[in-house]
Design a protein around this ligand. Structure first.
Ligand code: FE2
Ligand code: FE2
Length: 312
């Protein structure tokens, strides 16, 4: 038996038959359990049509190849456009191919199936959805392909950012190359860049959080602040609201990541969406107007696995 205890770093772990999983948060009672069954995927669905996109611009530095139709500062328009909606949800915690179900956690029974049903009910190929980290349990890019395929087969363009569990995350060029190879062209990465979608500048990064009384580490906060700022700086001059997506909450359980709040204020961020917080942690999460920014928790369980409409 091995253990997987999330300490936010590159914690080594192994598993043989049964393994424990855990989140370390301010409330250590959150998310501790034993895995034992299998999650199945969804029926194959192909045929995303990028020409349906009405207005989708990638801004910022790109490294290596970009996905077809999504080059640097590339804008795709469709004359027969309709109003496109933007949705958001975090913490999908997918494990299509691996025996890593979430059913052992209260409220997470059949969560993948619930997510798929809710997603298909409201999201079309013309819409965009931001997935705010903790996408897949897999440890490598190659092994995460079934999870990416599931995401790709769902309608809409998906913008993904990194969560603390996304150990498969590697360089932008490598991730893009891999998705391109597998023709998963409805998935895009938010990393030192931004997207302009239907009047909204979509910016973001993983962020940071201090848990279990860890000391305040200037270096790690600064590094992530640079990523947040790179994303905000990459915006074009188009008019529109700026929304910042983080995996970690910028304010949680009495702790505030001041440098991130200051960046949001400096760059005129009107709304901040974040994930990571599950179960008993909800009570410490900040929602509503705070320091001039509308804050919202969008972890999948908090949203009952139903993507949140954020712009129509
Ligand atoms: Fe999570
Ligand atoms: Fe997380």
């Amino acid at each position: 038996m091995g253990a997987h205890l999330d300490l936010r770093g590159r914690t080594q772990f192994s598993f043989i038959v049964v393994y424990a999983v855990g989140y370390v948060t301010n409330d250590p009672a959150i998310f501790i359990g034993i895995r034992s069954s299998v999650i199945t995927g969804i029926p194959h669905r192909t045929g995303h049509n990028n020409s349906l996109l009405s207005n989708f611009i990638l801004r910022g530095k790109t490294i290596g190849n970009t996905l077809a139709g999504f080059g640097n500062n590339n804008q795709i328009r469709n004359s027969a456009r309709r109003i496109m909606a933007i949705y958001a949800i975090g913490d999908l915690h997918l494990s299509v191919a691996a025996d890593k179900p979430m059913d052992i956690f209260a409220g997470w029974e059949n969560h993948t199936e619930k997510l798929i049903a809710n997603w298909k009910k409201k999201i079309t190929d013309q819409d965009t959805i931001v997935l705010a980290g903790d996408i897949s349990w897999e440890m490598s890019l190659g092994k995460a392909i079934p999870d990416f395929r599931l995401i790709h087969q769902l309608p809409g363009q998906k913008i993904i950012l990194k969560g603390n569990h996304d150990y498969w995350w590697t360089s932008l060029s490598k991730m893009r190359e891999t998705l391109e190879k597998h023709e998963l062209d409805s998935i895009h990465f938010l990393h030192n860049n931004s997207y302009y979608v239907e009047g909204v500048h979509i910016c973001g990064s993983r962020g940071w959080i201090f848990e279990n009384g860890e000391p305040y580490d200037e270096k790690i906060i600064r590094r992530e602040a640079l990523r947040i700022e790179a994303s905000l700086k990459s915006r074009g001059s188009e008019e529109g609201e700026t929304m910042l997506f983080l995996h970690y909450p910028p304010i949680y359980a009495g702790q505030t990541l001041e440098p991130y709040i200051k960046l949001m204020q400096q760059y005129g961020v009107s709304r901040c969406y974040y994930g990571h917080i599950h179960g008993k942690g909800y009570k410490y999460a900040v929602s509503g107007l705070c320091r001039g920014i509308e804050m919202s928790l969008i972890s999948a369980d908090y949203l009952s696995f139903d993507p949140l409409l954020i712009k129509k």
